[in-house]
Design a protein around this ligand. Structure first.
Ligand code: FE2
Length: 329
C-alpha cells in the first residue's frame, strides 16, 4: 500500500453519522454509518448532535479496522461542512478538526450535495450527467456548467423525502417511510386529485402535503400515497426534462435517499426513454448519506490543493451547491 493516498471522510449533515475511507481512485475501503431514527419520526437538532457525538468514535474505529490501514497512511481528513442542520454539522466539524490536529493531517471541507454527485458519477461511470438529487432535506436538478455545479431547479420549501416522511407519519408509518410508501405506489387503484406546483424551474411540496393530509380520512391510504408520489415525482420529472432539453445533456443521474424509490425510477426511465437519455441510478449504499462520498470528494479536493485551516473548518448550514468552483475536474 506504500505510496497510495487515502482520505477519511466524516458525514453529519442530518440523521446519518458516517465515516468512510477511500483511496485516490475511489476504491472504498470502509463506509461505516449509523442513522438516528425515532418511532414518531421527526428530527430534533440537539438529539441528532447527541447521537452523532456518541457514534463518531466507534464509527471511526470500525472504519479504520475495516480498511486495514492505520493513521500513518491516511493523507487527509474530510468533513461535510454543509448544507445541513447546525447542531449535527458542528459535531462532524469538531470530529474532523480533532482528528486532523491529533494525527497532524490536512483538513478538507466538503459540500454535501456535490459529494453526492461526485460519488454517484464515479460509481455509475457517468461523465457529464444532469443530476436529480432527491433526499429528505434536498431536491435539486444539477449540472456542471462553466466550472460550477449549477442548480437548474429545486424545491422552494421541503425536500421530497421530507414530504414522503411527513405524509407517511400521518398514515401511521415509521421513519423513514420511504420503502413502505414506495410499495403502495404499485398497489393503488386510483389517482386522487392533488395540487401540482411547478414555478418556473422550481417546485414546492408543502401545499401538496397539506392537501394530502386533509384527504386522509376520506380516501384509501394506498390510493392517496400513490397520488402524493405521482404528483411530486411528476413535478420533479417535468423540471428535470426541461433542464435536459436546455443543457442538451444525454445522461440523467439519480441520487440521494429517494433515488431508491422504484416509483421515481420508473417515472424517470419513461421520460429518459422518450428523450433518448441514459438513466443511471446510484447504488443505494452510496446514494444515501454516507462517509465514503465525503471521503471521495475530500480526496478530489485534497489532490487539487483545496485544504482548509482548522480554525476555518466550521459548518456552513446554507452551503449552496453552486457556491464552490469545481477545481478538481
Ligand atoms: Fe444527502
Amino acid at each position: 500500500m506504500a505510496g497510495k493516498k487515502y482520505c477519511i471522510g466524516i458525514e453529519g449533515t442530518a440523521h446519518t453519522a458516517g465515516i468512510g475511507i477511500v483511496d485516490e481512485k475511489c476504491g472504498v475501503l470502509a463506509n461505516e454509518r449509523h442513522a438516528f431514527t425515532t418511532i414518531e419520526g421527526g428530527l430534533i437538532p440537539r438529539e441528532l448532535a447527541e447521537h452523532h457525538a456518541e457514534k463518531m468514535p466507534e464509527l471511526a474505529r470500525a472504519a479504520l479496522e475495516k480498511s486495514g490501514i492505520g493513521w500513518g497512511e491516511i493523507s487527509c481528513v474530510a468533513f461535510s461542512s454543509g448544507p445541513g442542520i447546525g447542531a449535527p454539522l458542528s459535531v462532524a466539524a469538531t470530529t474532523a478538526r480533532m482528528l486532523s490536529l491529533l494525527h497532524n493531517k490536512p483538513l478538507v471541507a466538503v459540500n454535501h450535495c456535490v459529494a453526492h454527485i461526485e460519488i454517484a458519477k464515479k460509481k455509475c461511470g457517468s461523465k457529464n450527467p444532469l443530476t436529480l438529487y432527491v433526499s429528505g432535506g434536498n431536491s435539486q436538478v444539477i449540472g456542471l456548467e462553466s466550472g460550477r455545479y449549477r442548480v437548474y431547479g429545486e424545491t422552494l420549501d421541503i425536500g421530497v423525502g421530507n414530504l414522503l416522511d411527513s405524509f407517511g407519519r400521518e398514515i401511521g408509518l415509521g421513519f423513514p417511510a420511504g420503502p413502505e410508501i414506495d410499495r403502495m405506489f404499485f398497489e393503488a387503484e386510483k389517482y386522487v386529485q392533488l395540487p401540482y406546483s411547478v414555478k418556473g424551474m422550481d417546485v414546492n411540496f408543502s401545499g401538496l402535503l397539506t392537501a394530502a393530509k386533509q384527504k386522509i380520512p376520506a380516501e384509501n391510504k394506498k390510493d392517496l400515497a400513490f397520488s402524493v408520489m405521482h404528483t411530486a415525482y411528476a413535478m420533479l420529472v417535468e423540471v428535470t426534462e426541461r433542464a435536459l432539453a436546455h443543457t442538451g445533456k444525454k445522461e440523467l443521474l439519480l441520487t440521494g435517499g429517494v433515488a431508491s424509490s422504484k416509483a421515481l425510477q420508473k417515472m424517470c426511465a419513461e421520460m429518459c426513454a422518450a428523450r433518448g437519455v441514459k438513466l443511471n441510478v446510484c447504488p443505494h449504499e452510496f446514494a444515501t448519506d454516507n462517509g465514503a462520498m465525503i471521503a471521495w470528494n475530500g480526496m478530489q479536493k485534497f489532490l487539487a490543493g483545496k485544504t482548509v485551516k482548522p480554525e476555518k473548518a466550521v459548518p456552513e448550514q446554507r452551503f449552496r451547491t453552486d457556491a464552490e468552483k469545481v477545481v478538481w475536474i
